[in-house]
Write a protein that binds this ligand. Structure first.
Ligand SMILES: NC(=O)C1=CN([C@@H]2O[C@H](COP(=O)(O)OP(=O)(O)OC[C@H]3O[C@@H](n4cnc5c(N)ncnc54)[C@H](O)[C@@H]3O)[C@@H](O)[C@H]2O)C=CC1
Ligand SMILES: CC(=O)C(=O)O
Ligand SMILES: [Mg+2]
Length: 372
């Protein structure tokens, strides 16, 4: 199969779908790899490094889209990329379709077979292709929150760790999954007073064990959320219902009870965000203020640390990428966990949460690939 990797074009997105190390693996499995010139510049991998790994270098993205059987990317395709996709081609990338009706229409119209990293599953109920970026984003959430909290950046001027004789700042983390765990770990490491809220009691037990008293856990009711949000300096939104639009857990009304200059970091923004007042921002202009509360809502946070992120992402995506390249649609028929990643196939929606969120009829993924 010919596997293509265009340069990412989202705002300040410096990751790349294939590292030179991944290219070597595809080539070793007998595939041809076409990489757009400059695609790896953000991770310090020049065209020479890709050529040495066995890739051919394409002068334009158009060339990559036109000539490849499978496109491997990082972020959801942008409007000028949708129109270059076609039936019979596989797209392997993050999609986040539930909050994005326009992209969904674009992918449906193209006829492409689109596998979304964020809904591929594993046997333990995890999301193995989302997890590495959630680790990165969770850790970055505290760096972003601490920075926004500085007075010159509009924040209330609190040092999260405090100093001897002065109490630390308070961090509330809503959702104790992968993002939540890594945010809590960083916040606790800085010396902040941290509480994680979640609806899963087994998960709260695990977190309690893991942090051995260093972090508080709290079952997430409306009352608990209000109490924690009203006393926090930084609130991290980290909930997920896989594939679906994020539930709005913090209303605009609640902002009036929060401290002026406190900071909301809505990591769940890629699924639409879990604060009513969130809208996606970019690394170029990451924050805005509503009712005195600073919002940080960057939908591609890991793009800020591409050297770490691109390698962590490739570690996770390589296995299934190779399966798709080796077997085409049969890889989807053979493996339920990869098939759970199938969101769009030949003009039909094949993921239940996306179909429900956007009002499309669902075609069961097993049926879709069986008919292929
Ligand atoms: N903005 C960005 O750049 C990035 C965003 N993300 C996003 O971060 C979000 C979280 O991802 P993960 O931590 O990997 O998910 P996860 O599935 O590991 O964790 C989600 C947690 O939310 C909890 N939860 C669900 N509904 C809840 C509710 N109503 N109240 C309290 N807790 C609730 C679940 O029990 C679970 O523990 C996702 O939307 C993901 O796509 C991930 C990476 C980068
Ligand atoms: C998961 C995601 O949205 C990202 O890594 O950008
Ligand atoms: Mg995102």
């Amino acid at each position: 199969m010919r596997v293509g990797c265009p340069k990412e074009i989202k705002n300040h997105e410096y990751r790349v779908g294939l590292t030179p190390g991944s290219v070597r693996e595809y080539v070793a499995h007998g595939h041809e790899v076409l990489v757009e010139t400059g695609a790896g510049a953000g991770i310090g991998a020049d065209d020479g490094a890709y050529a040495a790994a066995g890739a051919r270098i394409a002068k334009t993205a158009a060339d990559v889209f036109a000539r490849s059987d499978m496109i491997v990317k990082v972020k959801e395709p942008q409007p000028n990329e949708w129109v270059q996709l076609r039936e019979g081609q596989i797209l392997y990338t993050y999609l986040h379709l539930a909050p994005d009706p326009e992209q969904t229409k674009g992918l449906l119209a193209s006829g492409v077979t689109a596998v979304a990293y964020e809904t591929v599953t594993d046997e333990r109920g995890g999301l193995p292709l989302l997890a590495p970026m959630s680790e990165v984003a969770g850790r970055l959430a505290i760096q972003a929150g601490a920075t926004a909290l500085q007075k010159a950046n509009g924040g209330r001027g609190v040092l999260l760790g405090g100093v001897p004789g002065v109490l630390p700042g308070k961090v509330a983390v809503i959702g104790g999954g992968v993002v939540g765990l890594h945010a809590a770990r960083m916040a606790a490491g800085l010396g902040a007073d941290v509480t994680i809220l979640d609806r899963s009691i087994p998960r709260l037990r695990q977190l309690d064990d893991l942090f051995a008293g260093r972090v508080h856990t709290r079952y997430s009711t409306v009352e608990a959320l209000e109490e924690e949000c009203f006393s926090a300096d930084v609130i991290v939104g980290a909930v997920l219902i896989p594939g679906a639009a994020a539930p709005k857990l913090v209303s605009r009304e609640m902002l009036s009870g929060m401290k002026k200059g406190s900071v909301l970091v809505d990591v769940a923004i890629d699924q639409g965000g879990c604060f009513e007042t969130s809208h996606a921002t970019t690394h170029a202009d990451p924050t805005y203020e509503v009712d005195g509360v600073i919002h940080y809502c960057v939908a591609n946070m890991p793009g800020a640390v591409p050297v770490t992120s691109a390698h962590a992402l490739n570690n996770a995506t390589l296995h299934y990428g190779l399966q798709l390249a080796n077997k085409g649609l049969k890889a989807l028929a053979d493996d339920v966990h990869l098939r759970n990643g199938l969101n769009v196939h030949r003009g039909r929606i094949t993921n239940r949460a996306v179909a429900d969120a956007l009002g499309y009829e669902l075609v069961e993924p097993a049926k879709a690939v069986m008919a292929a």
